[in-house]
Design a protein around this ligand. Structure first.
Ligand SMILES: [Mg+2]
Length: 319
């Protein structure tokens, strides 16, 4: 068992570690032994204050057995604090008390406890209630994962994993607002693959998709960590470069152009050479253009790049 004065959290508790908080050493040991026997990892403290200190930590225990009567802070008060202050995860709390009256149970549950066990209790009852708590936590974990997957689906382009059109446009709007506040310029690049359609016609859509995925990977590798790359249309990409001057933006555009054109793409056993044209537009605070207008400027520059022979970078007329 761990020393009472220095409880140590595991680096990354799975659903795992169950917190036992009880001021009675005999009861504490008994609870820990039972939990260990049932295959749970435990961490034990002897008062409510220590329990709260552990539960409030990021990645702290997810399930807690809390004695009601403890020095420092009562179990019910720990429940209240956790409900008010712990936001990064759901903590399932079971209050243990000799107080068996209906009022006590109601007060306990209203303090934020999920369950209430009257001491003394049957061993099987405790086991069943701990298992119930773990089921609730496991379900909650699944919900969080499902929500994150949905959010990902809503913002990512399914084929390339880049931001989708809506998301990259949102990012541009946010970055423009930030640029207005910070006074730092911003560059938007519109990129379009040259002669991509024949790839689909000649080699099939599977090959076309493979090329698009590789294009996306090369673009992502070419930009800076805080730049955002989105798929704007079929073979068209919108790239947002925050905190970037015109010269730096054009250099980055050249880097992308080179990353696409320098080496062949592979689809199965065919090698496909492609190039890319890019148009750049710059937002210079304090004048911050609308996202729509900036994209239109970059698009016009791209159009010129196409007309001047493709495989090249053009800056917008105004800058
Ligand atoms: Mg007690």
């Amino acid at each position: 068992m761990r020393p009472m004065d220095s409880p140590i959290l595991q680096d990354k508790p799975p659903l795992g570690q169950i917190l036992v908080a009880d001021d009675s050493p005999v009861f504490r040991d008994m609870l820990q032994k039972m939990l260990l026997e049932w295959g749970y990892e435990t961490i034990a403290v002897s008062d409510g204050r220590q329990a709260w200190d552990l539960l409030r930590q990021e990645n702290g225990p997810r399930l807690a057995l809390l004695d009601w009567m403890m020095p420092g802070m009562e179990g019910a008060e720990v429940c209240r604090q956790v409900r008010a202050g712990v936001r990064d995860r759901y903590v399932y709390m079971i209050l243990l008390s000799v107080r068996a009256g209906l009022d006590d149970v109601v007060t306990g549950i209203e303090s934020g406890a999920d369950d209430y066990i009257v001491k003394p209790f049957e061993v099987d009852e405790l086991h069943a209630r701990v298992r119930a708590g773990r089921r609730v936590l496991a379900l909650q974990e699944e919900l969080v994962e499902a929500r994150e997957a949905l959010r990902d689906q809503a913002t990512r382009d399914g084929l390339t994993g880049l931001w989708n059109r809506t998301a990259i446009f949102d990012i541009l709007q946010n970055e423009l607002a930030r640029s207005g506040r910070s006074g730092e310029p911003l560059i938007v690049l519109m990129a379009d693959l040259d002669g991509f359609k024949p790839v689909n016609d000649r080699f099939g859509h599977m090959a076309g998709d493979a090329v698009l995925r590789q294009v996306a990977a090369r673009m992502r590798a070419a930009v800076r960590r805080y730049d955002a790359v989105g798929r704007y249309g079929g073979e068209e990409f919108l790239i947002v470069l925050p905190r970037c001057e015109r010269v730096g933006g054009l250099a980055l555009a050249e880097r992308i152009r080179h990353a696409i054109g320098a080496e062949c793409f592979r689809a199965g056993d065919v090698e496909i050479r492609l190039t890319c044209s890019l148009g750049a537009a710059c937002a210079r605070p304090p004048v911050v253009p609308l996202a729509d207008d900036l994209v239109r400027e970059a698009d016009a520059a791209l159009y010129r790049a196409k007309h001047q022979g493709r495989d090249r970078v053009e800056g917008a007329a105004g800058g």
